[in-house]
Write a protein that binds this ligand. Structure first.
Ligand SMILES: [Zn+2]
Ligand SMILES: [Zn+2]
Length: 280
């Protein structure tokens, strides 16, 4: 059944992401939409620097252009399936690089952007000056990168994917439980002020932290409850890299939204399929 306001997933990958199976196309998710109660998919593939594309065997791919090639593919999938598709991207932003991989000007070709402020252990080579074995260091970085993302100004709607979720870290509970309520309040007030959407992400059920009787992480529910209390908007993000990860995820994400007491008013406009009018 289609949920009246939680019918979209804005964090879905295709084979444009190097970490996804080569067989994953936007249309691969279409057969899963009905069972999952999804009628809007936001494709948000990773943006890579060009030297990394060359290293991984895609020397002719253009950093942003390769993602924009999806626009006609999405239009076609939409026409064939009746499922709506939006084109977003997942953007990294490392302290040693100093600027995100998509500039505000380049972002204008996308419907929305998601900042991956907590990709730290995914790219340890970007953090060589930090002791990434120390949970206190990881917590500080997780907080600092969130603040850095909130300071950005982009002309398209902005979200933060897996907010404050230290992906790949063995000390996740220690890191997130150690973020004080006062700090959460400060971080999410900043995000709410900038109208940056927070993601209800698959980390809620990924078993990186203990799960409650609903199969959800109370550790991450605490984080999202703080975002709710600060007035943030939300969207669902399965972070699926293939249809098997997409299937079975949305009811759990909706359960989290229910436990948080979210109503339609808490949902990001983009997640409702509402995009701001483009200037040109
Ligand atoms: Zn990510
Ligand atoms: Zn992702």
């Amino acid at each position: 059944m289609i949920h009246p306001f939680l019918f979209s997933d804005l964090h879905v990958h295709t084979n444009k992401s190097l970490c996804a199976p080569r067989s994953t196309e936007p249309g691969s998710y279409v057969p899963c939409c009905e069972p999952e109660g999804i009628r809007l998919i936001g494709i948000s593939d990773h943006v890579y620097p060009e030297d990394m594309l060359t290293r991984y065997g895609y020397p002719d791919d253009k950093r942003v252009g390769r993602l924009l090639e999806l626009r006609p593919v999405l239009r076609e999938a939409e026409a064939q399936s009746g499922i709506r598709f939006l084109l977003g991207c997942e953007i990294d932003y490392f302290p040693c690089v100093g600027h995100p991989y998509i500039s505000p000007e380049e972002s204008a070709d996308f419907d929305y952007v998601l900042f991956a402020s907590s990709h730290i252990l995914n790219y340890p080579n970007m953090y060589t000056e930090y002791d990434l074995h120390n949970p206190d260091v990881l917590r500080r970085l997780t907080i600092d990168r969130f603040v850095a993302a909130c300071k950005l100004d982009y002309p398209v709607p902005m979200g933060i994917c897996h907010p404050l979720y230290p992906i790949c870290s063995p000390f996740q509970a220690e890191i997130i439980d150690g973020i004080s309520d006062a700090t959460l309040n400060e971080l999410f007030s900043m995000a709410a002020e900038k109208q940056i959407s927070m993601e209800i992400h698959a980390c809620l059920f990924r078993r990186d932290t203990p799960l409650n009787q609903h199969g959800l992480s109370d550790h991450y529910l605490r984080i999202l409850a703080a975002a709710r209390d600060c007035g943030c908007k939300f969207h669902l993000g399965s972070d699926a890299h293939d249809p098997t990860a997409f299937l079975g995820s949305h009811d759990r994400l909706r359960k989290a939204a229910e436990l948080l007491g979210l109503t339609e008013a808490h949902i990001w406009d983009v997640a409702k399929g509402l995009l701001p009018a483009k200037a040109n």
